[in-house]
Design a binder for this molecule. Structure first.
Ligand code: NDP
Ligand code: 8X3
Length: 251
């Protein structure tokens, strides 16, 4: 029988690439995001391969998030794989110059949103004594870099929660693991710089970044290991990167 995966942030970047690759590998999907038209487009694109259910909600909204997941129809309630991917950076400035709205967005989406979704999905996994949770962290959750402050803090929280889930869910047959990417060329930088595409492009200038499909590949690898194998923590850089701020650029 096909497995069923719920992917947050499926409308773009890593989440979207993962949805496409999972569909190719016969994994049924619950696709989440705020942009309804993108969810519908992905449903039309992939719906001839696997069963697709879409959920349109803002992950910052605790009630909307739990209601969306808890009210899933009976045939899509047994979630085998949860990919906690939705997230973004908002701004890149010194701590003292930070915008509190940006700070709140990052904590609400990257940390609290991940918690709301997990809280709704985990009870079913415990009941079935089976499941696999993939948390998308970041090199920013391993290393603090200049001006990264609250984004880094949010991803350090993801790292801590990845460890906590592993420990607390131990004995319930549930696998937990994080994928922590370095530079991946998605809409991430465009969101971070509030639509300033020139600034966003500079992040990946004169170097070859990862693409979303590289991360999707790794996620698929993790979830297709035999049931006794749990890949707990993976960090992934483009070859030109050697740390959060160490990037070799051809000039
Ligand atoms: P994108 O901006 O391309 O995708 C972000 C996704 O998150 C979108 O699908 C978006 O959907 C969703 N999202 C954002 N805010 C909300 C919200 N309030 N409610 C629901 N969904 C939301 O970026 P990436 O694909 O790069 O990012 C995916 C993950 O990877 C993030 O957790 C990010 O921190 C992490 N990451 C990215 C790296 C990179 O260099 N790109 C490196 C390391 C980690 P919608 O707007 O439709 O709601
Ligand atoms: C995204 C990568 O280096 O901008 O998490 O923090 S970075």
């Amino acid at each position: 029988m096909n497995k069923l995966a719920l992917i947050t942030g499926a409308t773009s970047g890593i989440g979207k690439a993962t949805a496409r690759l999972f569909a190719k590998n016969n994994i049924n999907l619950i696709l989440c995001g705020r942009r309804k038209e993108r969810l519908e487009a992905l449903q039309s694109e992939l719906g001839n391969k696997v069963a697709i259910h879409t959920l349109c909600f803002d992950i910052r909204d605790r009630k909307a998030t739990s209601e969306a997941i808890e009210n899933l129809p009976e045939n899509v309630r047994a979630i085998d794989i949860l990919v906690n991917n939705a997230g973004n950076a908002h701004g890149l400035s010194k701590f003292q110059d930070g915008d509190i709205d940006d700070w709140e967005a990052m904590i609400d989406i990257n940390v609290k949103g991940l918690l709301y979704v997990s809280k709704a999905v985990v009870p079913g996994m415990i009941e079935r004594q089976s499941g696999h949770i993939i948390n998308i962290g970041s090199i920013a959750g391993k290393e603090v870099y200049p001006n990264g402050n609250v984004y880094c803090a949010s991803k350090f929280a993801v790292d801590a929660l990845n460890k906590s889930m592993l420990i607390d869910l131990n004995g319930h047959g549930i696998r937990v693991g994080a994928v922590n990417p370095g530079l991946v060329d998605t809409e991430f930088s465009s969101v971070r710089f509030k639509g300033d595409q020139e600034k966003a492009n500079q992040v990946y200038q004169n170097m070859q970044p990862l693409v979303a499909e590289d991360i999707a590949d790794i996620i698929l690898f993790a979830v297709t290991r035999p049931p006794h194998v749990n890949i707990w923590d993976m960090s992934v850089f483009p070859t030109a990167q050697a740390g959060a701020t160490i990037v070799h650029r051809d000039s």
